[in-house]
Design a protein around this ligand. Sequence first.
Ligand SMILES: C[S@@+](CC[C@H](N)C(=O)[O-])C[C@H]1O[C@@H](n2cnc3c(N)ncnc32)[C@H](O)[C@@H]1O
Length: 300
Amino acid sequence: METNYHNPVLLKETVDGLAIKEDGVYVDVTFGGGGHSREILKRLGSNGRLIGFDQDEDALANVPEDDRFMLVSQNFRYIKRFLKFHGIKKVDGILGDFGVSSHQFDVAERGFSTRFDADLDMRMNQQSEISAFTVINEYDEADLRKMFSVYGELKNAYAISKTIVAARLQNSIKTGAELKQVIARFLPKHKENKILAQVYQAIRIEVNQEMEVLEEFLLQTPDLLNEGGRLSLISYHSLEDRLVKRFIRDGKFEGHAEKDFYGNVDVPFKKVGGLIVPSAEEISQNNRARSAKLRIAERV
Ligand SMILES: C[S@@+](CC[C@H](N)C(=O)[O-])C[C@H]1O[C@@H](n2cnc3c(N)ncnc32)[C@H](O)[C@@H]1O
């Protein structure tokens, strides 16, 4: 196992949030380096079970030697289907620590990091057909604009998209450095890192369909959890956190919660505690924790 694969964020708080029962069945939908999974296994008895999901084949290197654990190398958007395939209909808790692992950021060729020059890739699942290259070279201008504006929260999404579309008529844009050169006039020195990070975030969310996947996943959780079962979910950007927050509050992503015949709110979850964020100490030791937001909910 690679020692620096990933440093788990809010480790104790997230696993505490699952209120682990020794013989329960748990799912870690973002196995990664297995930091959260190993903590769950410590708290499970010999009859407990843990199923991990990760769509990145690199995560296979981190699987613990433990009969109680199984890794499903699939996208968690298919959680119900794959749990059913393995004979599991109900579980007692689901942990999600969304986004990209440190390992994915640190391997230059994966193309996730603005620190390196690499081919435009950013696929969490190496088998996926759509990469950052496809998005930058094949998406039409309106789709690029929407992506940069919604996922990157970039003010000049319109001009950036127009510039990319004009540039790729000459030559396709193959690498991070080429993309940076194309959009250079939108990257003033004092804001270069910030804007480039927003550009990369937008592309990554699009390549991995992160918003659609999160919605599909959340919608399956009420059916999967036993009564009293827990969700413990860490988000890293506001779009993600907004979906999680609304889903826990209203059981949906838009509009108000459903009401029953008597006018009582009818939602699948009750929230457990408030928003949890990492301490200043954790952030000082692990800068990647700085944007983490943990929400916990219980199936009613
Ligand atoms: C932030 S890391 C999780 C780190 C992990 N909690 C640990 O302690 O090492 C997120 C992981 O989830 C995986 N992932 C993200 N979205 C996924 C999805 N839709 N389906 C399956 N795995 C996903 C990524 O490949 C990555 O390895």
